[in-house]
Design a protein around this ligand. Sequence first.
Ligand code: TYD
Ligand code: MG
Length: 461
Amino acid sequence: SGKTKTTWVCEDCGDIQAQWWGTCPNCQVVGKFKCFVESEVSKSRGAEISEALVSSWLPQESRISTPISLAEVTSGTDQSAWRIPLEGHFGLEFCRVLGGGLVPGSLVLIGGDPGVGKSTLLLQIAAILARGFSHGEPAPVVYASGEESIEQIGNRAQRMSITDKDLYLYSNTDIEDILEKITKLSPRALIVDSIQTVYLKGVTGSAGNVMQIKECTSALLRFAKQTNIPVFLSGHVTKTGDIAGPRILEHIVDAVFYMEGDRHTSYRLVRSVKNRFGSTDELGVFEMSEAGLQAVQNPSEIFLSEDFSDSDVLVGRAIAVTLDGSRTFLIEIQLLLIKTFSLKVLIKQAGLKLQDNVIFLNVVGGFELSETAGDLAIAVAICSSFLEFPIPNNVAFIGEVGLGGELRSVPRIDKRLTALAKLGFTKCIIPETANKLPKSLNLDIEIIGCKNLKDVINVVF
Ligand code: TYD
Ligand code: MG
């Protein structure tokens, strides 16, 4: 022993180089390279540990180490297609985001700002997995926390009415110790909350630094692959959107889900940003309640203002329908006109004398509207505001507006219309060019195709 190796690690992105760089060749950030002297022993510490541990209880089949024919792979029982189901409203919502169940041996990262609800989400997942499913008995699940004491987690569980006997709580920050202790339980899943609070002995630096995060994650990955026990990790996200410290974490794990939510609302979105076993189009919608996270039954309407269903109509308010992943959201545009500006398209193409007006536009609920499908609702809200004529509550608008005032089609109009019909909207204006709606689309909603803004104005006002 005594053999050491010097490496340089960028504190910003976690890039590892053999030499020092003033500017990181990976992320171009200046002055963030730090020297790490590691012993050769520590380098493979994670592998050593998990190998030593798993031998005790794993089935003694040797792992396949030669290439095998595809025919052989697919003809046998397909191990990789088997997923652990999560049941109940909450379970099913999360299950869908996972891509249809939890893949054994996968390493899953839940990222998000402190306080957004990661620990709550993970505790609920742990409880559901421990509880079992229609064809699966209850089984041990370990929730290991480096952030809270067992009493704190216990209190949280109590508040959430979680009482599962097979849920094991463990408060520790030593990865080696956690893996050692849980192996005896042979759990259905392991949760580690959070990656920033755990450390691996023999690795340079304290918990939370780049090398620790990288080595701990690698150790957990090897553990998951060798034992087939799925592992969930939580990670804090910095303001820039990266998982605090190393981006490298995202490359190591199998799946990354971000938990998003605004301090002012109780809604929490769980977005798939990387998934080796499923689509990254998935979005889970939850609401934080007194008793933890609840799946939202009708996510389409969460961004509408509360008084929207009231019968009184307001000037300058129009509904758009936007798609996020596989989810549809109804978006409420609110608009206020104040004199002094000009809006070329509407002035020229719709013949409105909008010169001298400043526009204040608000998308209710803080939703970030990035889709062009919202153009028409915005244009109509401006007209409503200008003409001081309200738009009826039961009408929605779908479409992109071109510079000639013409309406352009947008993807998945059928899906958007279905969401509208479900929420009781009776009329929807769509681009006339969107005439390829499936015949099977038998919705209780009047669909009006318009060529351009003038058409729309004639229909609505
Ligand atoms: P938490 O899961 O601790 O967030 P994170 O792990 O991402 O830092 O959740 C933090 C917030 O959630 C906290 O402000 C309290 C709130 N909360 C509820 O509203 N209801 C609940 O049932 C629980 C457990 C937490
Ligand atoms: Mg937490």
